[in-house]
Structure formats: C-alpha cells, structure tokens
Design a protein around this ligand. Structure first.
Ligand SMILES: [Zn+2]
Length: 142
C-alpha cells in the first residue's frame, strides 16, 4: 500500500461551516487542531486540516530573543487536485516564509539529515569551547 492509498484513513465525520451553513466533512480528528466550525469558509474545497506546530528555535549570543528557524506540522488537504496533498503529510515552514511539503518517508529522511546536522553542530560547539584541540571539524589551515 502506498501513502496515496490511505487518503481517507483516520478520517472522521465532523462539522464545518461553509457560507454560514453547517455541513458534514471528513476530518482527521485524531490530530487536526483546526476548528472547522469557526472558519466559515466560502468553499468546501478551502477546508484543510493541520496539526499542532513543532517549532525549532535558534538562540542568539547577542541576547536577543530566539528566532523561529522553522516549524513543522501535520497537514492534509482532502480536496487538493494533487493526490499526495490529499494524504496526511508534513508541512514545514521556514522563518523566511518558504514552505516544503514532505511525505512521511521524506520527513524521515529530513529527520536523519537534521540528526547529522545536530551532531556536526555539537562538534562545532566542542571546537568553539576548545579552539586549540585537535580534531576540529572546521580545520581550514588558516
Ligand atoms: Zn480538520
């Protein structure tokens, strides 16, 4: 079974308001945080489903507030023309406003890359704490 085959898996019937009229819709209520009765969309196909944000914040040595690097959330657009967008997927929005939509497999790949990035970041922190030690990953010969 591919991820496209589970378009309707996990969906429950709930209520939305479209043009002021309550209508039944399919919603992944197990993770969707949208209040569809509060949206009052103009078209049924404007309804999408989104889960809670997972934020990645970046601290700053100059003492200013942490910056939002990116956030991720579950997302599903049950009326999208693209069948992949109709299935549950992961939406990542970056601090600059760019977005990426990932299949679960792509999210796993990205998570592995983040883990590798985190390990390299920790190596940089180690080198910054001990700038004269061997094994620096940032040895440039300068
Ligand atoms: Zn929903």
């Amino acid at each position: 079974m591919t991820s496209v085959d589970n378009t309707f898996a996990g969906l429950a019937i709930t209520t939305a308001v479209v043009k002021g009229i309550q209508v039944p819709i399919a919603c992944p209520t197990g993770w969707c945080n949208n209040d569809h009765t509060d949206e009052n969309t103009q078209n049924l196909d404007d309804i999408d489903h989104a889960g809670a944000h997972i934020d990645l914040m970046v601290p700053n040595l100059q003492g200013v507030d942490d910056l939002l690097f990116a956030y991720a959330r579950l997302y599903q657009d049950t009326y999208a023309p693209d069948p992949l967008m109709r299935t549950p997927h992961i939406r990542i929005e970056f601090g600059g406003g760019e977005e990426s939509y990932l299949t679960p497999d792509q999210a796993d790949l990205f998570a592995a890359r983040l883990a590798a990035f985190a390990a390299q970041l920790q190596a940089l922190a180690h080198t910054a704490r001990n700038p004269g030690t061997a094994g620096s990953t940032e040895a440039t010969g300068c």
